[in-house]
Ligand binder design. Structure first.
Ligand code: C5P
Length: 219
């Protein structure tokens, strides 16, 4: 059975990582969360007090920063575990600015392509099907209404006993989507050959099964 690459893109909080992890688990593939890489850099920028309006300073920091995604879905920068830290609102609020810099994206894309050289990967993000892995055998673009995405994120926070405000989440998602769609360097966009799946009224299992059936078609 030949190993392939599966690209999963879509707007914020569309369920990409949940679905991608399950697909990877079923296929015994590696899951690569590219959003976690941009989040890790953003965390470092904040921690080191780098001027985030200075693209060059941010790029220089990235060059010195080793980002590791392990198989337990933990995230490390320069050997420091930051799995929880990259999900804070401070990081979420600034990540789209950091991810808008063309030189930063170029370096990230190079790293991401290296991680996928052996195939057998499920990679999620915004530009995987269009830029990182344009020759991925399966490309999926996950969408859901902003109401539904905000509701899911809110319920997730409530379950985890985290403070949560539905209206604020909705505003944050809309803002991040706008920045990710309107930037000039590989904006969020469905690849022409990606299959769009609207998950608004689908269960996680439904979406996973749909993707697994797309995988079977190419095998
Ligand atoms: O996937 P997640 O929501 O964690 O991504 C955080 C942010 O990282 C996105 O809003 C986007 O600005 C950026 N990102 C990106 N390209 C990717 C993955 C994430 O620009 N491939």
């Amino acid at each position: 059975e030949k190993k392939i690459a599966i690209a999963i893109d879509g707007p914020a909080a569309a369920g990409k990582s949940t679905v991608a992890k399950k697909v990877a688990e079923k296929l015994h593939y590696v899951y690569i969360d590219t959003g976690a890489m941009y989040r890790s850099l953003t965390y470092k920028v904040l921690q080191d007090n780098i001027d985030m309006k200075d693209e060059n300073a941010v790029l220089n920091l990235l060059k010195k920063t080793n980002i590791l995604l392990d198989q337990h879905f933990d995230v490390y920068v320069n050997n420091e575990k930051i799995t929880a830290e990259i999900r804070t609102s401070d990081v979420t609020d600034h990540v789209s600015l950091i991810a808008s810099y063309p030189s930063v994206r170029e370096e990230m894309v190079t790293r991401q392509q290296k991680l996928a050289t052996d195939r057998g990967v499920v990679m999620d993000g915004r530009d995987i099907g269009t830029r990182v892995l344009p020759d991925a055998e399966v490309k999926v673009f996950l969408i859901a209404s902003v109401e539904e995405r905000a509701k899911r994120r809110h319920e997730e926070n409530v379950t985890k006993h985290l403070p949560s405000n539905f209206e604020q989440i909705k505003l944050d998602i809309e803002k991040r989507d706008r920045m990710d769609t309107e930037r000039t360097a590989s904006p969020l966009k469905k690849a022409d050959d990606a299959i769009e799946i609207d998950t608004t009224s689908l269960s996680i299992e439904d979406v996973v099964n749909k993707i697994l059936s797309l995988v079977q078609e190419v095998e």
